[in-house]
Design a binder for this molecule. Structure first.
Ligand SMILES: Cc1cc2nc3c(=O)[nH]c(=O)nc-3n(C[C@H](O)[C@H](O)[C@H](O)COP(=O)(O)OP(=O)(O)OC[C@H]3O[C@@H](n4cnc5c(N)ncnc54)[C@H](O)[C@@H]3O)c2cc1C
Length: 377
């Protein structure tokens, strides 16, 4: 593998670097407060309008048809500039392009990629998270529409979403995985209610719970065929688990660089174990960056990682939690008592990484059964 830039990559890197100097939005280092989530859309649009978003997606939908290595360059330069990561919605793009009809792709991908239409993902329910196939939200056919009744929870961006990629049970009489369908449902209707949920670190803008009480979605907005919802979900979650798709590497690197700066400014003020925590998180973040480079370059060769996304998700969780632990260690007990509690917020947010997109236990189950071929109970 050759890590050096080709002339086209080098030109892109230089152009991007110059743009970032002028356009750093000054968002917090991590998703530690509401300001980060409130201004995410603005950052998305700025990147897109400048031609730096959707790099590897089809130009037909507003992308740039570039090899995925350009996403790696984008992540690297965002990290180096201390800018926020690119918005993570590749998994929805993959889900809609893999399973949606041409009409669905033409209608929804341009708005999703440009950020002109915002989306949320309505999968989890109060009693169907890890056991997603147990979901109970119902879709009942009524003329040209489906009528939706049910309750989704932990729905990221539900407060600002125009559209929801919703899983609902369309056939209760078949085995549970087979009776689910996927829809693009408009969130702008009176029979959908969204209520925010407060996270442990105080954020109120990241996710909410959503109730559907006779909400309507045109039959033409089904993504895939009736009963194809489980396959749509598996495509989406397998990509949701890939750090390369998410661009989080830049977020971790930004925090690690700031910790490193703090230590270097006054090295004697810190104990050996604090320095070691930062060094370890540096090594882990760098390991993840190189792993993502390798994954993306394998993708260029047409290699599909399938359940390997679960390994990536575990790695990403370990890195985020190492970075969170280092952040808390460097701040010391003051993190819990001072008003400037960013380190504590970074630490607490890192705990969510082992839950969102499928818990670490579920990833280990997938690795055991689908990669190692171990027997299931
Ligand atoms: C920040 C954040 C954002 C999220 N965003 C979204 C979103 O946009 N859309 C969406 O639909 N969902 C979202 N989620 C929900 C997330 O997908 C679920 O929380 C997750 O799948 C776990 O489901 P659960 O919370 O119901 O926990 P449960 O499934 O009830 O799990 C509870 C515990 O039991 C363990 N467990 C459960 N089953 C097994 C098993 N078979 N083997 C071993 N251990 C098991 C789990 O690992 C966990 O420790 C988000 C979650 C977070 C934290």
């Amino acid at each position: 593998m050759d890590y050096r830039d080709s002339p086209a990559e080098a030109e892109f890197r230089t152009r991007l670097r110059a743009w970032l100097v002028e356009n750093d939005p000054g968002l917090p280092a991590s998703s530690t407060d509401d300001a980060y989530w409130e201004r995410q859309a603005e950052w998305h649009t700025a990147l897109y309008d400048a031609g730096f978003f959707g790099l590897s997606w089809p130009s037909r939908f507003g992308g740039h048809d570039l090899p995925t290595v350009f996403d790696v360059i984008l992540d690297e330069e965002l990290a180096a500039a201390g800018a926020p990561p690119r918005p993570s919605l590749g998994y929805l793009v993959q889900g809609i392009s893999t399973h949606g009809s041409e009409a669905i792709q033409d209608r929804f991908l341009p708005g999703l990629i440009s950020g002109k239409e915002r989306w949320c993902q309505g999968f989890s329910e109060p009693d169907a998270g890890s056991d997603l196939a147990a979901l109970r939200t119902r879709a009942t056919r009524d003329g040209d529409d489906w009528v939706i009744d049910g309750h989704k929870i932990w729905t990221s961006y539900s407060d600002v979403a125009d559209w929801c990629l919703l899983l609902a049970r369309t056939d209760p009489d078949v085995p549970k995985h087979k009776g689910i369908s996927a829809f693009a449902i408009s969130m702008d209707q009176p029979r959908i209610e969204q209520r925010p949920l407060k996270m442990i670190n105080g954020i109120t803008k990241e996710f909410g719970q959503v109730t559907f009480d006779g909400a309507r979605v045109p039959a033409a907005n089904m993504i895939g065929e009736p009963g194809e919802g489980w396959r749509v979900a598996m495509t989406i979650v397998s990509h949701e688990r890939e750090p390369g798709e998410l661009g989080y590497v830049a977020r971790y690197a930004k925090t690690v660089r700031s910790l490193e700066r703090t230590l270097r400014e006054n090295p004697d003020a810190y104990r050996a174990d604090q320095r070691e925590a930062v060094a370890w998180s540096f090594v882990q973040a760098e390991m993840l960056r190189l792993h993502v480079c390798r994954r993306l370059s394998e993708r260029l060769d047409g290699i599909d990682h399938g359940p390997g996304g679960s390994i990536d998700k575990l790695l990403m969780t370990w890195v985020e939690q190492s970075v969170g632990a280092a952040s808390l260690s460097v701040s010391g007990p003051g993190a819990a008592t001072s008003t400037d509690d960013e380190a504590l917020k970074i630490y607490l947010y890192a705990r969510a990484q082992s839950v969102m997109g499928g818990t670490s236990q579920i990833q280990k189950n997938i690795i055991a059964s689908r990669i190692l071929g171990l027997p299931t109970a």
